[in-house]
Each structure stands twice: as C-alpha cells, then as structure tokens.
Write a protein that binds this ligand. Structure first.
Ligand code: DCP
Ligand code: MG
Length: 363
C-alpha cells in the first residue's frame, strides 16, 4: 500500500514527479517484460520507441492495483495500445489508399496530415468528371524502396477519387465474371490466349481487393506488345478508364530490375460492361500480367502468392537448388541456364518440393 503521506500523489499524472513509484511494483512481472522490449529497442538504436516503453513502464510502476485488463490502464498517460495510437490509425488509413505505401504514409503524416479530407486537399482531388479519355500513366520514376509499392502522386490522386469504389471487396462470382469478360475480349484481339486468375482469389479468399490475371499465348511472337494493344481495346469498349503500364521489373519488387524480365503489366481501373448480369457500375482494380509462354507457370506461381509463400520458394530455390526463381522465370545460378517448366507441378518438382495446392498457400 502507498504510505498515507504519498497517497495524495496522483498515479494517473502525466508527470513522473507527481507519482509515487515503488522499487517493486504490484505489476512487477509486466514491468519486467516491458523492460526487455525497451532494452531491445534501445540496443537497436530505436531511441524514440525505447523512450515510449520507459514512459509506459514508469506509469505502470505507479499503478496501485493489479492489472488484469487493458481497459484498466487506459487512463494512464503513456500507456496505450498501438491500435489506439493516433499515428498508427492515420498511417493505416493512408496506406489503405491504393498507391500509398508505408513510406509515403509516413511522409504525409510528417506533413501534418491526419484524415482522408486532408489527403484530398493535399493531392487536389477534384469532383469526378466523366472520363472518356484513357488516363494512361507510364511508370518511369524509381520507387523508393524494395518494400514500398508507391506508385506516384497521379495514381494516388486517382485512387483517392475512386476510394468509395475501391474499398468495396470483390466477391468470387464477380471475380470470375471479370475473368470471363476479359478473356472474351482478349480472344477478339488475339485468338488463342490462355489465362489464370491468380492472387487471393486463387488461394480461396471469399472476396478480393483486386483481380489479378496472368495471360500468355502459346505463340511467343503473338504475346509481344499484347498488353498495350489489349488495354487500348478494353478502353475502346469502355471497360478500362485508367491504366498504369509497368514493365522491366519483377512482381511488385522494383529493386529486382534485371536482365530477362519479360513480364508486361497493366494496373488498370476496370468496369464491367452494362450488359453483364454483375454490372453495378463499380470501378474495380484489375492487374493484367502478360508472360511469355515459357515462363507462364512461374508467373502464375509468383502472382498466386501469398507474398510469403512466393518469397520462400525463391529462398528455397536459392539455398537448396542454386537456382534463381521469380515470377518471370527460373535460372540456374552458376551458368544462368534457364528452365521452362511446362506445368505448375513441374515447378515444384524441379525444386524438389511437394505439391502445395493454391488454397494451402496462404502463408
Ligand atoms: N505479390 C508479390 N509481392 C508483393 C505483392 C504481391 O509477390 N509485394 C504477388 C503475390 C500476391 C499477388 O502478387 O498474392 C497479388 O497481389 P495482391 O496485392 O493483389 O494481393 P492478393 O491478391 O493476395 O490479395 P487482395 O488482392 O485481395 O488484396
Ligand atoms: Mg489481388
């Protein structure tokens, strides 16, 4: 118990100098655990984080009851859950906008922005106009970091304007309808193409944030340049309003810009035609990935994800097989000999891995 002469001190004060803090507190075990995290942060040079832990520990040391639930300590200053922190909430909100990654989100936060309204003002989002012109963006600028998928200000502005549509998840049946419609159109542009709907859909997600489709044509000469031709066709049919063309780097990972990557990609904004039974006029995000036939299955595996699953195939291929794997192909490291698996299963066989069905790849 706190001695009477100290009991008028306020344990909930923001200032440690107003609180009575014993050497061993009622919640000592918790304080000790938190101290380990604090020291780890300090040792890693994360001073700000270490200080936050110090403050929280110190507030807990003055707390006069046993802590059994989070709600109890919410009144204490410097104690809070990450989920409740203003910074975490704003960064989460910002990075929920397509095109804003963690580093852009931090930059916007540092500028003092906190809400979606703030973003709208900052990026100058105008009320929607009828788009008949295809908004076409080429991605030339280099991204900041490997982990970052920031797509530049123009794309962020577009995504902000369309966010009410983009935050609506896409049910499986609609993903399938989009796949059918797109395939029908593609076969008008170039007969004989094949495709696989990849991404979360293929891993069994009941609804997706976007639709990812990998295409190829058995004749390598036919798939060259097909991506752009196809997107222009979709635009003429009124199904694609915006597109960002990407090529020359692997997957979403910009630092792996190299040699023989042949995957052409179009990140698009897509609307089903009014003739479709699924038509609601909702704008959807759709990624179209074009692979040469020899690397089609690598593209399918890479784009099926999950990110961790595909990352670890790459790691496994490197560690155990001396091979380089990613969504644009497989090469043997020592002599750069390429491998062209003819099925998805062959990719697993080549790496000496047991087959894992896509619905079990949600690592
Ligand atoms: N991908 C990757 N590396 C990244 C991002 C994605 O290898 N940094 C691959 C694996 C993903 C696939 O691309 O499964 C599609 O990416 P999405 O962002 O579309 O994610 P999902 O399709 O898995 O989920 P959803 O679209 O529902 O958010
Ligand atoms: Mg997806």
């Amino acid at each position: 118990p706190i001695p009477t002469e100290l009991s008028k001190l306020r344990y909930a004060s923001k200032y440690a100098c107003q609180r009575a803090s014993p050497l061993i507190c009622l919640n000592q075990a918790l304080a000790v655990e938190l101290d380990i995290i604090k020291r780890s942060r300090a040792l890693e040079g994360e001073e700000r984080s270490a200080l936050s832990y110090s403050r929280a520990i110190s507030a807990i040391k003055a707390y006069p009851r046993r802590i059994t639930s989070i709600r109890q300590v919410e009144e204490l200053s410097h104690v809070g859950t990450i989920a409740n922190s203003e910074r975490f909430k704003a960064l989460s909100l910002f990075s929920s906008i397509y095109g804003i990654g963690p580093s852009t989100a931090r930059r916007l936060y540092a500028l003092g922005l906190r809400t979606v309204d703030d973003l709208e003002v900052y990026f100058g989002v105008e009320p929607e106009e009828e788009e008949s012109q295809l908004v076409e963006l080429e991605h030339h600028e280099r991204f900041g970091r490997a982990s970052e998928s920031g797509l530049g200000e123009t794309w962020i502005k577009i995504a902000l304007g369309l966010r009410n549509d983009f935050e609506l998840m896409i049910p499986r049946a609609e993903v399938e309808e989009m796949g059918r419609v797109v395939m029908d159109e593609l076969n008008i542009v170039e007969h004989g193409c094949v495709s696989t709907i990849v991404g979360g859909y293929r891993r069994g997600k009941p609804q997706s944030n976007d639709v990812d489709i990998v295409f190829t044509h058995p004749d390598p000469t036919k798939s060259k340049g097909l991506c752009k031709r196809f997107v222009h066709h979709l635009h003429k049919k009124g199904m694609v309003t915006h597109v960002m063309h990407l090529s020359g780097f692997h997957g979403h990972n910009p630092l792996r810009t190299t040699h023989w990557d042949s995957l052409e990609k179009a990140l698009t904004v897509f609307i089903l035609p009014p003739s479709s039974p699924f038509y609601k006029g909702t704008r959807r995000r759709m990624d179209l990935i074009f692979a040469q036939p020899e690397v089609y299955w690598c593209a399918v595996i890479g784009w099926s994800g999950s990110i961790m699953f595909q990352r670890d195939i790459r790691q496994w291929a490197k560690d155990k097989k001396g091979m380089k794997f990613d969504s644009s192909g497989i090469t043997r490291r020592y002599d750069s000999k390429p491998f062209y698996p003819k099925t998805e299963k062959e990719v697993f066989d080549l790496f000496g891995l047991e087959w894992v069905d896509p619905v079990w790849r949600n690592a």
